[in-house]
Write a protein that binds this ligand. Structure first.
Ligand code: HEM
Length: 450
């Protein structure tokens, strides 16, 4: 039942034990520990004061599922406050009828056929990018992966309109990083040199860059995502105007490279610790031969379990943001209108009620015999759920498989015993130290490039 209310602040503040400004800092320090403490103290809906806002964390799969499914339409997206100025009118930031309409059009760019075409273009592009990796002890895997996935996003998504100059690639990459990192800014106004300011400049760089490329993309009628966005229409013939093509591109480029980088980086860490699993998935990838088809890639069973396990352990998007526009009830607890609501997907991945030894890297938990992810519909939810469920899920799955299969068939790697990467949680999680690994070419005995 949805009713208007003005008492949100009083209700949430009254019950909170987390100090004001403590919320964002505690989150950035260690989000999982904060979520666990809040869940233990408050149950499925925990008040967390943030400066100038009434905020609740929603914890556990029942509560997360309820907010994501949004049965009584009490929630709208809450991203505007966090990243709105930088991902303006990206699909994730739209609501209601406009969101449905734009999602319908965008879906036409993510049909099975289109995804297969993007993936087919990925295979040689990944091979070319990996050809530039120089194996060495202490190889910084994370920046290399980030650069690689951005290069892929700009090549595959933008087809012929790709970035030719390394300096321009660096500028665009920097602009993306600045936009994404603004999410964690405490001071949400632009002051020269601060995060918000860098992000504002970053957005302008991206807009100029894409608007400049747009006429060529439209004229090409090509198969790359940028050209496709200029062509796609919904069943009523509606299509995007030029500014919205640019808005969607900026969001898709970001969504398509940050999250896949995170998954592959976690996999490199986990497989660098668990050499048995590394050999097991390498054998599976090597069995495909040098030029795997999209179908073969989709059938890699062990790699599939590894990817899912990595997305469980480090959800690339650990929380999603909603805003209550009406009083509502979640898992038996009241959330008042005006509450910024953080849906904590990551905590569900670690709750012992749903997972055996949740801290352990144990890909077999996703095997057909165990399927621990079926313990609850939202126990494993790295792609969210409900109306905003990730539109790029199928493409990202193939992208990550392509990347890992090719890395595995070219390199062998390890991390020192006991090494745990220090994570930054200012925006999406990433290893602050660049994830140094001992990267070696695969031995001559395998007959694969070295
Ligand atoms: C491992 C990879 C990825 C993960 C974990 C991931 C995760 C997510 C999550 C959790 C959401 C829901 C946000 C919300 O509910 O507010 C989302 C939405 C979205 N994602 Fe992804 N994503 C990934 C890759 C991609 C890729 C590769 C693309 C496109 C190229 C993409 C495009 C989108 C879009 C367009 C939305 C918004 C959907 C909507 O609002 O209707 N994602 N993603």
């Amino acid at each position: 039942m949805v009713t208007a209310s003005s008492s949100a602040s009083r209700w949430v503040r009254a019950k909170s034990k987390v100090p004001l400004v403590g919320g964002p800092l505690a989150y950035m320090h260690d989000p999982l520990t904060l979520m666990r403490q809040l869940y233990a103290r408050h149950g499925p809906v925990a008040p967390v004061p943030m400066p100038g806002r009434t905020t609740a964390f929603v914890l556990g799969p029942d509560a997360c599922g309820s907010v994501l499914q949004n049965g009584d339409k009490a929630f709208v997206n809450g991203w505007e406050f966090l990243v709105g100025p930088f991902f303006h009118r990206g699909l994730m930031l739209l609501d209601g009828a406009e969101h449905i309409q734009h999602r319908r059009i965008l879906q036409q760019a993510f049909t099975r056929e289109r995804i297969e075409a993007y993936t087919a273009a990925l295979v040689p592009a990944v091979a070319a990018e990996l050809g530039t990796w120089r194996a060495a002890p202490g190889f910084a895997a994370y920046p290399a992966l980030k650069r690689l996935t951005l290069n892929l996003a700009t090549q595959i998504f933008m087809g012929g309109h790709r970035i030719a100059e390394p300096a321009e690639l660096d500028r665009v990459n920097r602009a993306f990083i600045d936009c994404v990192q603004a999410g964690g800014a405490i001071l949400r106004v632009a002051v020269p040199g601060n995060r918000w300011h860098r992000a504002t400049r970053g957005r302008a760089v991206l807009e100029r860059f894409l608007a400049g490329q747009l006429p060529a993309a439209r004229a090409s009628g090509g198969d790359d995502l940028f050209s496709v966005l200029t062509q796609v229409r919904d069943e009523d013939g509606r299509r995007f105007d030029d500014p919205d093509v640019v808005n969607h591109m900026i969001f898709l480029l970001m969504a398509g490279h940050e999250t896949s980088t995170s998954t592959v980086s976690t996999a490199m860490y986990q497989l660098g610790r668990s050499l048995e699993w590394q050999e097991r998935v390498r054998d599976e990838a090597l069995a495909l031969g040098p030029d795997p088809s999209v179908r073969q890639l989709s059938e890699l069973r062990d790699l599939d379990m590894v990817i899912k396990e990595c997305q469980r352990l480090v959800a690339p998007v650990p929380v999603v943001a909603r805003y209550a526009v009406a009083d509502t009830e979640v898992a038996g607890r009241r959330i008042a209108a005006g509450t910024h609501t953080t849906v904590c997907l990551q905590l569900s991945h670690y709750l012992p009620e749903y997972w055996s030894r949740p801290e352990a890297f144990d890909p077999e938990r996703f095997s057909p015999e165990r399927r621990e992810d079926r313990s609850h519909r939202f126990a494993w939810a790295p792609f969210g759920g409900g109306a905003h469920k990730c539109l790029g899920m199928a493409f990202s799955d193939l992208e990550v498989r392509t990347l890992l299969a090719q890395i595995l068939t070219r390199f062998r790697w390890s991390v020192p015993p006991g090494y745990v990467p220090p994570m930054s949680n200012v925006s999406l999680p990433y290893p602050r130290d660049g994830l140094p690994i001992d990267l070696r070419p695969l031995s001559a005995a395998t007959g694969v490039s070295r």
